[in-house]
Design a binder for this molecule. Sequence first.
Ligand code: CO
Length: 191
Amino acid sequence: MKFRQILLTSAVALALSACGGQSPAPAADTAAPADAAPAAEAAPAEAAPAEAAPEAAVASKPAVVENCATTIEANDQMQYNADSITVPASCTSFTINLKHTGTMGANVMGHNVVVAAQSDMEGIDQDGAGVTPDHVKADDARVIAHTKVIGGGESTSVTFDPAKIKAGGPYKFFCSFPGHMTLMQGSIQVQ
Ligand code: CO
């Protein structure tokens, strides 16, 4: 009995620490049932990453948009401060400013913003890995817009025509620095 309690306690501690950052609640949801029953063992703990159902989830951190522009912040914890950008339908051009609020260099914690159809994300990310300096393959037609990669303390921006994300989609913005896309992504839509 006591052992079981210890297990439960550590499971809760794990769940709590998993929430320590700004990671969304679902991590705790999948971690908690581990103690419950063997049946829960097959629960999709790994099959439910944050990007699994982005358009189904309600955006929790919408970007502030003013004058057909927004500023997204990125930090040393491999996070953007927004997970959704809504471009007003009246905008004929749209600017994404990116500000790296951390201190780590672009070579170890580089961030950029790439805009593309969700279905193209994986391919862009894979083909851009290691392509210096911006981790985007040259002339990649799947890329709708992208900033350069920046390090701590730096800022950059990119301006593009929102008409390119009006039809089709869903569209996403993400960081193509190797290994960052899973945590650093969000939806972008015209509305
Ligand atoms: Co990044």
